[in-house]
Design a protein around this ligand. Structure first.
Ligand SMILES: Cc1cc2nc3c(=O)[nH]c(=O)nc-3n(C[C@H](O)[C@H](O)[C@H](O)COP(=O)(O)OP(=O)(O)OC[C@H]3O[C@@H](n4cnc5c(N)ncnc54)[C@H](O)[C@@H]3O)c2cc1C
Length: 334
C-alpha cells in the first residue's frame, strides 16, 4: 500500500507519512472497520490542529468525517443541538450565532472538528465547552460497542477530559449534543482583553454576535495563521502551582503574570515563563515561538516533527531550570 503524506492533515504542516489513512463518514463505517481490525491499535484524527507527528504512523488512521447538525429538542428557553464529530467547530459556532443560540460564542475561531472539542475541553475567552455539553456519543475501539457519556462521565477539567486520559485512542466520539440558550443568554465578558475591546468599541450591552465578532478579531490580531506558520495553538498548558510556591516565585520575579484560581492555587502564564527564558530570540531548524505569543511554537519552514518536539523539550527544560515549574504539553505528541 502506498504511504500518504500527512502534511495537509496537521496544522504544523509536518510531512509525516501514514501507512493507512481511512476516511469514515458514519458510525456504521467505524464499527465495520473495528470488526475487521482485530488489532485494536489505531489513531483517531480530526482536523489535526492539536497533534504533532514526530514520526511516520504505522497503525491505521481513522479520519472522522461524520456530518450533520440537528435540533433534537427545544422549548422557549433552550435548545438541544446534536452535531456530527466531523463538522467544523468554527462553522458550528457561526451557525449558532445565525440561529441566535447562545453558549459557544466565546469559543469562535478555534480550529478543528466538533468531535475533538470535548477531548481537551476546548476553552477560550472565559468559556469552556464543558459549560454547554449535554453528552458525547461514540464507539469503543476494542469491541465496537456504543456509549453515550453524560457531562459528568466526561470528567472535564482544564484542557482535559476522560477522552484525553484513560480513554485516549480507546473511544471514538461520533456525535456530541450541546444545550444552548434561545434567550437570556449567559453573556461572559469577564476575560480582560474581550472586556477592553468591547469598551473601546463602545459596545455596552453585547449580543452573542458582538461577542463572536469581537473574539474573532482579537484572536486574528494575536495568533498566527497556521496556514502561514504551522502551529497547533498553545503548545503547553498554563501551569497551576500552590500558593506557597507562588509566593516564592513572586518574590524572585515580581512581574510574573498569574491568575488566582478559585481554590486558592495560582495559574501562571506559560507564555510569560517562555518569553522570560528568551525563546522569542531563539530559532533552531526552522522552529521558534511566535513573536506576539510565546506559547505558540511555529514551523517557519519545512521543520520536521522531531525538530519541533526537540525545541519544545528545550523550552520545558529551560523553564524548569529557571523557575522550577514543569510545563505540561497541551498538544498531543505522536
Ligand atoms: C491557531 C490555533 C489556535 C487554537 N486555539 C485554541 C484555543 O483557543 N483553545 C483550545 O482549547 N484549543 C485551541 N487550539 C487547539 C485545537 O484547535 C483544539 O484542541 C481542537 O479541538 C482540535 O481539534 P482537531 O479536530 O484538529 O483535533 P485533532 O488535532 O485531530 O485531534 C486532537 C486529539 O483528539 C483526538 N481525537 C480527534 N477526534 C477525535 C474523535 N472524534 N474521537 C476521539 N478522539 C479524537 C486525536 O486522536 C488527538 O489526540 C488551537 C489550535 C490552533 C492551530
Amino acid at each position: 500500500m502506498k504511504k500518504v503524506s500527512l502534511k495537509n492533515y496537521n496544522s504544523f504542516s509536518v510531512d509525516a507519512k501514514a501507512k493507512n489513512l481511512i476516511h469514515v463518514s458514519s458510525e456504521r463505517e467505524i464499527i465495520n472497520f473495528i470488526e475487521k481490525n482485530k488489532k485494536n491499535e489505531l489513531l483517531i484524527l480530526g482536523g489535526g490542529t492539536n497533534i504533532l507527528f514526530t514520526s511516520d504512523i504505522e497503525c491505521p488512521i481513522l479520519k472522522i468525517e461524520i456530518k450533520g447538525i440537528e435540533i433534537i429538542n427545544e422549548d422557549d428557553n433552550e435548545v438541544l443541538v446534536s452535531v456530527g464529530a466531523g463538522e467544523s467547530w468554527d462553522e458550528l459556532v457561526w451557525w449558532c450565532i445565525e440561529n441566535n443560540f447562545g453558549g459557544i460564542e466565546n469559543l469562535v475561531s478555534i480550529p478543528g472538528n466538533v468531535g475533538s472539542a470535548p477531548i481537551q475541553n476546548i476553552g477560550a475567552y472565559g468559556k469552556e465547552i464543558k459549560d454547554v455539553i449535554e453528552n458525547c456519543k461514540g464507539v469503543f475501539v476494542n469491541n465496537g460497542s456504543i456509549k453515550i457519556f453524560s457531562k459528568d462521565e466526561c470528567k472535564f477539567s482544564y484542557r482535559s477530559s476522560i477522552f484525553k486520559e484513560e480513554l485516549k485512542n480507546k473511544f471514538i466520539i461520533t456525535n456530541i449534543t450541546l444545550r444552548l440558550t434561545k434567550k437570556n443568554h449567559n453573556i461572559n465578558i469577564e476575560y480582560a482583553s474581550l472586556n477592553n475591546y468591547l469598551i473601546e468599541n463602545g459596545i455596552s450591552k453585547p449580543s452573542i454576535k458582538n461577542i463572536a465578532e469581537s473574539v474573532h478579531l482579537i484572536r486574528k490580531s494575536k495568533l498566527p495563521n497556521y496556514r502561514e506558520f504551522g502551529n497547533a495553538g498553545s503548545f503547553f498548558k498554563n501551569p497551576i502551582i500552590s500558593k506557597k510556591q507562588f509566593k516564592q516565585i513572586k518574590s524572585l520575579f515580581p512581574e510574573i503574570v498569574s491568575f488566582k484560581n478559585k481554590n486558592s492555587d495560582y495559574k501562571i502564564s506559560a507564555a510569560w515563563l517562555i518569553e522570560n527564558c528568551g525563546f522569542k530570540n531563539i530559532k533552531e531548524k526552522n522552529v521558534t515561538v511566535y513573536k506576539d505569543q510565546a506559547l505558540v511554537i511555529i514551523n517557519t519552514g519545512n521543520a520536521k516533527g522531531k525538530d519541533i518536539y526537540n525545541f519544545s523539550q528545550k523550552i520545558k527544560k529551560t523553564v524548569k531550570e529557571k523557575f522550577d515549574i514543569l510545563l505540561q504539553e497541551e498538544v498531543n505528541i505522536l
